[in-house]
Write a protein that binds this ligand. Structure first.
Ligand code: FES
Length: 118
């Protein structure tokens, strides 16, 4: 279950921008005790957006076993559990069992080529 426990503090370096495919996404897991916090970021050019890795439908992680978060076209986020589709720019679900709901944002910044938790 994803919540605030284990969430990286603002300013925590996540990765270099070039480590994320363009377009592409990358997941991050942080453990604190027995709790796991998971988020992911989506890159489109120099723009990177972050979301908690928890689908509003059934609470599952969105990524699949090999860490894919996007459709083949790279234009939408897809939940690997039941196929809900989300807009990259605002996390709004546009199709699937949680249509009308949205992903919880995880603020991230890019400075000097480094993606950092906000
Ligand atoms: S858990 Fe994501 S669509 Fe069901």
């Amino acid at each position: 279950m994803t919540d605030e426990i284990g969430r990286p503090a603002p300013g925590t370096p996540l990765c270099r921008l070039e480590e994320i495919a363009d377009p592409g996404a990358k997941g991050f897991d942080y453990r604190e005790g027995d709790r796991l916090w998971s988020g992911f970021v989506v890159r489109n050019g120099e723009c990177v957006r972050g979301y908690l890795d928890q689908c509003p439908h059934a609470g599952s992680p969105l990524g699949d076993m090999i860490g894919r978060y996007l459709t083949r076209a790279g234009d939408l986020i897809i939940c690997s559990a039941h196929g809900a589709l989300f807009r990259i720019e605002d996390g709004a679900c546009i199709a699937g069992p949680c249509a009308g709901d949205r992903l919880q944002p995880w603020p991230v910044t890019v400075e000097g080529g480094m993606v950092t938790a906000g």
